[in-house]
Design a binder for this molecule. Structure first.
Ligand code: ATP
Ligand code: MG
Length: 188
């Protein structure tokens, strides 16, 4: 990651050109995170500084997108690491989620990345693990050239409201329903 300020885009002041965009991929079908990583590849092609924060997946999952992201120079953060998934430890999980969000908020606010991907962010809000309003505020008040891609099922209305582009991926069929497990190279 460089500490150089992000270069001005001369097109940005012309009408019709947004300085940055917030994309939200939600819904119950497959394709939300993979679409986000498609945008990551586009950003790499434009020479952008990119950060990915994966909220639910632990580093132990060793997802393919992390491997290639790191190879491409993306700043990668696994904030699902340490979740216990145990109701006895729910307070601990909430604390870790809040720490994860605080890190993401700091990355956004620093304005050093043209693209920040917040993968599976919706769950933290839906489960009540983080306060929604500060999230919406951080998105609204982000540095003007920081694009965001946010993923996760059941996006809350507040997130839909602060996004520019919202897609709902609808499940028509999923192999999982036929008992087929997640496939390496396709699902992770
Ligand atoms: P992908 O990462 O493949 O784009 P996704 O981000 O849309 O999927 P998630 O809800 O984050 O989907 O699900 C994570 C994992 O579960 C992925 O391996 C994905 O392939 C799989 N998955 C996605 N949708 C479904 C579904 N409707 N039923 C079962 N498994 C699913
Ligand atoms: Mg996903």
């Amino acid at each position: 990651m460089t500490t150089e300020p992000i270069e001005e885009n001369p097109a940005a002041d012309k009408s019709g050109y947004a300085k940055s965009i917030v994309v939200l991929n939600t819904g119950d079908g497959k394709g939300k995170s993979s679409a986000a990583f498609g945008v990551m590849v586009r950003g790499v092609a434009r020479g952008w500084n990119i950060a990915v924060i994966q909220f639910i997946k632990s580093g132990e999952w060793n997802v393919g997108e992390e491997k290639v992201g790191r190879q491409l120079g993306v700043d990668w953060h696994n904030e699902g690491e340490g979740f216990t998934w145990n109701s006895d430890d729910i307070e601990k999980d909430k604390e870790l989620a809040r720490e994860g969000w605080d890190k993401a908020a700091a990355i956004i606010e620093a304005g050093q990345h043209e693209l920040v991907i917040l993968d599976e962010l919706t769950y933290l809000i839906n489960w009540g693990w983080i306060e929604p309003e500060p999230v919406y505020e951080a998105i609204r008040n982000r540095p003007e050239r920081v694009n965001l891609v946010i993923t996760g099922r059941d996006a809350p209305q507040g997130l839909i409201d602060v996004a520019d582009t919202v897609s709902e991926v609808k499940k028509v069929k999923h192999a999982f329903d036929e008992g087929i497990l997640a496939k390496r190279g396709i699902d992770y």
